[in-house]
Design a binder for this molecule. Structure first.
Ligand code: SAM
Length: 490
């Protein structure tokens, strides 16, 4: 695998919804626009889709380069050719959340009801609303299910919400450095950050878009505060120690003296050039409201999950702690969810999920490589009953657009298979009876089989499809080479 390769130049696309989005509060967001990017190629069966969910101030530009930019997308370390989210295998989608300011509709956009900027007229949005908006985009792209949903921090909350809101659609899920609910400490930090913005005179109750003044001071302090929570004490020692900035002795005044002070100030100021203060208010509020528990029970709340899960925590993250992530793992295990857990060993604190490409590469690639038949199979069951005739088989293939049709007995157990190849044989040999062309000795697979093992089986026998059967030999779906094309090593 090579990490040198880049996706090159990528573009942002815009999906203008032609319907309103109903929000969790009951409010309506009128026909929002969703900014998104895609990388890689969608395979024929649309079975190789990975949805990437971004964190608080992220955007749709997860990887590759925009023309003229000095740095690539925010998760370029793991998305691209040969990287864990390998664009040679997967079709990656990343969209900007609603309420943000990076191309998707948010408070800095025009309210169609008034013709003026939304400002505080923008409705309150939640993590569930963000996920519903992403589902609209997935529907618009005519994608039937997601091979995987992945994200860190606020992105991890969206991942968890996806597995709960759309259990039939999500096959694998990777939640990194996140939580099942916002803790009082997290809410407290968000509250101070919001207070800093609201107290800025230029905030003007959120109505500042008509002026050239922005609540930059407030937003910058909010970001400084947040940034501290993303780092660990060790990494701050490592990066700054108690070193002074451009001097050797204290000046005994209130100017920026320590390196850590100038660093934070720089982070705050640059942030104001790329983010809208009102969006910051709305998105931190969405974080605060997030709590998936049912009557305080994680186990109860996580019951609908059917996806295979990977939970990753970070050893030095004191904002989204590994203890909290381990509680989620325990609750998933007690629900018999297929869950893997890894703790990244890192000194970088919460931000490690944007930095530790080596460990993430190993853990994520390993998780994705263990894909099962049920992660990609088609659950549509189309069968013929034993004794059907050739014409019936041909008509069914035409109407259902299938090349492999299992034949079942009266108990729905598989007893044979007829394929498009067999129908050609019928024409070539003038066969009149389905018995003369069908295969009785059928190779099948089970939904928990590894797709790598069944690929070997298909190659060995020169066949392009396997019926998927349950423990009673009943057909529950099918898998073809089209489902797994792109997913395996070329
Ligand atoms: N690649 C093509 C395919 O998968 O149908 C053709 C290869 S093979 C020469 C054609 C024969 O394989 C047909 O008689 C068909 O019934 C049989 N066949 C296809 N899938 C099968 C399966 N899962 N188990 C047993 N036989 C199968």
């Amino acid at each position: 695998m090579s990490y040198e390769k880049s996706l090159g130049t990528v573009d942002t696309h815009y999906f203008h919804m032609d319907e309103d989005l109903k929000l969790e509060t009951g409010d309506i967001l009128k026909k929002p626009t969703i900014a998104y990017e895609t990388y890689g190629v969608l395979n024929n069966e649309k079975s190789n889709v990975i949805l990437v969910c971004h964190a608080l101030t992220g955007d749709a530009h997860a990887a590759g380069w925009h023309n003229g930019d000095k740095k690539p997308g925010w998760w370029d370390i793991i998305i691209g050719p040969g990287k864990p989210l390998d664009t040679n295998r997967y079709f990656i989608i990343c969209s900007n959340v609603i309420g943000s300011c990076k191309g998707t509709t948010g408070p800095s956009d025009i309210n169609p009801d008034t013709g003026d900027y939304y400002g505080l007229d923008f409705p309150i949005v939640t993590i569930t609303d963000m996920v519903h908006a992403q589902k609209k985009l997935i529907d618009h792209l005519e994608i039937p299910y997601l091979y995987c949903v992945v994200g860190g921090s606020m992105g991890g909350m969206q991942v968890l919400q996806w597995t709960l809101s759309y259990p039939d659609i999500v096959r694998n899920a990777i939640m990194i450095a996140s939580g099942a609910y916002s803790t009082p400490q997290q809410i407290a930090f968000n509250a101070v950050e919001r207070r800093s913005i609201i107290e800025d005179v230029n905030w003007n109750k959120g109505d500042y878009y008509h002026t050239d003044k922005r609540p930059e001071q407030g937003l910058s302090v909010a970001r400084m505060m947040a940034h501290i929570t993303y780092l660990s004490n060790e990494s701050m020692y490592e990066k700054f120690g108690r070193r002074l900035q451009d001097k050797n002795t204290f000046s005994y005044d209130f100017s920026n003296e320590f390196q850590v002070e100038s660093y934070l100030e720089h982070q705050g100021v640059t942030f104001t050039q790329r983010f809208d203060a009102n969006s910051y208010l709305y998105l931190t509020k969405a974080l605060d409201y997030f709590d998936i528990r049912n009557n305080n029970s994680l186990e109860e709340a996580l019951k609908p999950i059917t996806a295979r899960m990977l939970i990753m925590s970070i050893s030095s993250d004191w904002l989204y702690t590994h203890e909290h992530m381990e509680d989620i793992v325990m609750a998933l295990r007690s629900n018999n969810v297929d869950v893997s857990y890894s703790r990244l060993n890192s000194e970088y604190g919460h931000d490690a999920f944007l930095i530790e490409n080596g460990q993430m590469n190993y853990i994520i690639s390993n998780f994705l490589s263990k894909a099962r038949v049920k992660d990609v199979m088609s659950h549509k069951v189309i069968t013929l009953t034993d004794g059907a005739d050739i014409k019936e088989a041909a008509e069914l293939m035409m109407t259902c657009n299938k090349t492999h049709i299992p034949i079942v007995d009266t108990n729905e157990k598989i007893v044979g298979l007829v394929t498009a190849w067999d129908l050609s044989k019928a024409i070539a040999t003038n066969a009149e009876n389905i018995e003369d062309i069908m295969t009785r000795n059928v190779y099948t697979c089970h939904e928990n089989d590894s797709i790598f093992d069944i690929t070997t089986k298909m190659k060995e026998h020169n066949i392009s499809g396997l019926p998927v059967i349950d423990e009673e030999d009943k057909v529950i779906g099918s898998i073809t080479t089209a489902h797994i094309s792109n997913l395996l090593d070329k």
